[in-house]
Design a protein around this ligand. Structure first.
Ligand code: ADP
Ligand code: ZN
Length: 741
């Protein structure tokens, strides 16, 4: 009898699977979806997944599987099939896709019940002094010290390292020097996973809600695949529709998966699901591995009815899928920024199709792709046009900042109108939100004489000055330095600060409104999940008068006390060199408008811009999605952009520019010679908006095709050529990219 063989997928960017021998007597263990340990090259051993049982193999010197892990398969056949689709469609290896489907808590075997936390071993003041004295090349150590000095308590080590953009070794050096120490802290139950104290009864649906619930309920009852675009303005009760559809699903013994943008995964959101259902699992990235493993097992065993989580929850191992809800389906966080570069919304549709399940895509500002699919009948459109309990969307005023500055004859970040609206809210004891999609204090430090600006050593972007740290920091790689006393290029003393970020808005607003309590919320102040919850609680209790922040504050927050919203600079997204710039701007304004006008006192929105005539802004100010979509679809069609055409973005990157250029030319040559020039255009190689990131030079090649088939051909041509090779140049494939940077 020939020896038994097993096909194994490894999490490597290599376009193939590997065959191994099964040790005698273990044939039964080699079930697809089970993890295995196998010998692999110079790496020694690697973990992979069983994906098949080949009959024969021409390769002679086969090695043997070292071990079969876990008690059985960890991925079910439907998820294996989904990963196979992801691998093919997005051009990653099968192993990479499988790896993404399994959360790390499950991956790392028996998960610990405690987690290593780092804390200062010296007083915070001393830690700050030490940080100050460290030379620039030990900036990582300095950042760790400053972070811990600010937190004043033990912080989970993984969080410390990710926030300080550091590897483990700087932390170990600090331990050796006796400045910080590690302690293991027993995990408490995750607050997001506590059952709700009180259960809430369903609301009597409005007529519009009823119509939607009936349509979705029908599809669930018939067990047919259907995708619904639930297009409803903010506050129109989309969530109530989800809840009743989930209930329908639960009654029929099937499970529902709810995908939400990670940042919107707040206790507020989770409470709404828990207060309706008993068996709810919440998955999120800040969760401990033990917790995640627990929920995974419970879900797999069918002890969970509803799974709520960010994009990776699309892989949740529910045994009998009935419904997937994608809330805020237009949100770009559903697209993963590393391989596999999948879009959870699109993967949800594929998974549901295989399971004869339904999908609800909910949004107040649908992605144009989804909207187009609804217009053409591929998805079914359901509309909610009114806010529940009346109430209207707040008036939005557009302020032309160029004109404002001409009139007041000075430079200002806050127009008279924005000031007036803020002042009024403050006088009445209400709350306000100020929004700016840029963190830091000033964004450019440049020389008055030669114009040279302070750039990152590793990336081709300017450094952002952070007053709180008194450092200039790179937002791409975390590189930081002190601000030099004079221009590094021409020695002219003193660099000029230009641009402004949330830190500066906070400081200027505090000066303008000394009586008001101002808080800032961006990824600099939100170093832990706790700090996020704390600020939100404070806003909820009315202990914050003005909340300043980035996009973070624009999502999923419901506070009735907020009566004024200011968009300090609406042009941050309009300026991006991306065909979705107008769409992003429209979504942003619709989203921030949704933060106010929910209470009885109504609300106002002031949007500041230098492009007051921009159609997307004008449509947003009128809350007119249809007008926006019509104009934008016309433009997209004229230029062959999605949803009319499809795009593949290939980024070629490596440390040596000549090799990168050479490889980019090769990529272009392959594509031009193999693709049908009538069906696809190959653009490039071009220098991307940011040429160098983390010491790697980049070039990009764009395939603009008239349909998915031609993009798939391009992916098939390039997928085997992704890995570094001898020159260390890699080719990153991004199918249906959401960012062209
Ligand atoms: P959306 O998700 O569309 O922004 P929400 O689901 O947050 O809207 O609904 C807004 C508010 O209206 C919530 O407080 C919700 O509990 C309430 N609500 C929703 N549907 C109903 C209904 N049929 N009757 C009464 N209140 C409702
Ligand atoms: Zn950098």
């Amino acid at each position: 009898m020939p020896p038994a063989l097993v096909e194994v997928a490894l999490p490597l960017p290599v376009d193939q699977t590997y065959t191994y021998l099964i040790p005698e007597g273990l044939e039964e263990a080699a079930v697809p979806g089970r993890r295995v340990m196998v010998p692999f090259g110079r790496r020694g051993e690697m973990r992979g997944f069983v994906v098949g049982r080949p009959e024969s193999c021409t390769f002679k010197k086969l090695k043997q599987v070292t071990a079969f892990l876990d008690d059985g398969p960890v991925l079910a056949p439907d998820v294996l099939a989904l990963c196979r689709f992801i691998s093919r469609y997005y051009g990653c290896s099968f192993g990479e896709a499988l790896d993404a489907a399994l959360p790390s808590g499950v991956k790392h075997g028996r998960a610990a019940r405690s987690v290593a936390h780092a804390e200062l071993a010296v007083p915070p003041e001393r830690a700050l002094e030490i940080a100050e004295e460290l030379p620039d090349r030990q900036a990582k150590q300095a950042r760790i010290l400053r972070l811990l000095a600010k937190e004043r308590k033990a912080v989970p080590l993984p969080q410390v390292l990710s926030k300080a953009v550091s590897s483990r070794s700087p932390a170990e050096t600090l331990m050796k020097k006796g400045f910080i120490r590690l302690k293991r802290i027993r995990l408490e139950t995750d607050p997001l996973n506590e059952p709700a104290a009180t259960k809430e009864a369903p609301h009597d649906p409005t007529e519009e809600q009823s119509a939607s619930i009936r349509a979705i309920g029908g599809a669930i009852a018939d067990e047919v695949f259907a995708v619904f675009l639930l297009f409803g303005i903010t506050g129109s009760g989309k969530t109530e529709v989800y809840l009743q559809a989930i209930e329908e699903c639960r009654r029929r013994g099937r499970q529902a998966i709810i995908l939400v943008p990670e940042i919107a995964l707040t206790p507020q959101t989770v409470r709404r699901f828990r207060s309706r259902f008993d068996r709810v699992a919440v998955l999120h990235s800040a969760q401990s591995e033990a917790e995640r493993r627990r929920w995974w097992k419970a879900t797999q065993a069918g002890r969970v009815d509803v799974v709520v989580g960010p994009r990776s929850a699309v892989f949740a191992p529910v045994p009998n899928l009935g419904l997937i809800v994608v809330d805020e389906e237009h949100d770009s966080s559903f697209k993963q920024g590393r391989a596999p570069r999948y879009h959870a919304r699109d993967v949800a549709v594929v998974r549901a199709r295989e399971a004869n399940a339904s999908v609800i895509l909910g949004s107040a500002t649908p992605a144009l792709e989804s909207y187009h699919n609804a217009l053409t009948g591929k998805y079914r459109m359901l509309r909610l046009t009114a806010r529940v309990g009346g109430g209207s969307l707040p008036p939005v005023e557009i302020i032309d900042m160029g004109r404002e500055m001409d009139e007041v004859k000075r430079f200002t970040h806050f127009s008279r109108r924005l000031r007036a609206v803020l002042t009024e809210s403050m006088k009445r004891g209400e709350q306000a939100m100020l929004f700016l999609n840029r963190r830091g204090f000033t964004t450019i430090l440049s020389c008055r004489r030669c114009g040279e600006s302070l750039e990152c050593e590793n990336c081709s972007v300017t450094l952002t000055y952070h007053q709180g740290h008194d450092r200039a920091i790179c937002h791409l790689c975390g590189y930081e330095r002190r601000v030099p006393p004079d221009c590094p290029a021409c020695r002219q003393p003193g660099l000029k600060h230009r641009g402004f970020g949330t830190e500066k808005v906070e400081s200027e607003i505090s000066a303008l409104y000394p009586e008001s309590r101002v808080a800032r919320m961006d990824s600099d102040t939100m170093t832990t999940r706790d700090s996020y919850e704390q600020v939100l609680d404070k806003v909820g209790r009315g202990e914050v008068d003005i909340l300043v922040g980035t996009q973070m504050i624009a999502k999923g927050l419901h506070f009735t006390g907020i009566t004024a919203v200011g968009v300090v600079d609406a042009d941050t997204s309009l300026r991006l060199p991306d065909f979705r710039a107008a769409e992003r701007t429209f979504q942003l304004i619709a989203q921030v408008s949704g933060r106010t006008g929910r209470g009885e006192r109504g609300g106002r929105v002031v949007v500041q811009t230098f492009r007051a005539g921009q159609p997307a802004l004008l449509a947003a100010a009128k809350h007119d999605y249809l007008a926006f979509a019509e104009e934008e679809l016309r433009q997209r069609k004229a230029f062959g952009y999605p949803p009319f055409g499809r795009i593949l973005l290939a980024v070629i990157q490596g440390k040596k520019l000549p090799s990168v250029k050479k490889r980019a030319m090769e990529v272009v040559d392959i594509l031009r010679s193999e693709l049908d020039s009538g069906a696809a255009r190959v653009l490039g190689p071009a220098i991307p908006p940011i040429e160098r990131v983390k010491e790697r030079f980049r070039r990009q090649v764009v395939v603009k095709a008239n349909g998915p088939a031609e993009v798939q051909r391009a992916v098939a041509l390039l997928r085997g050529r992704r890995s570094g090779g001898r020159q260390g140049v890699e080719v990153i494939l991004d199918v249906d990219p959401t960012s062209m940077m």
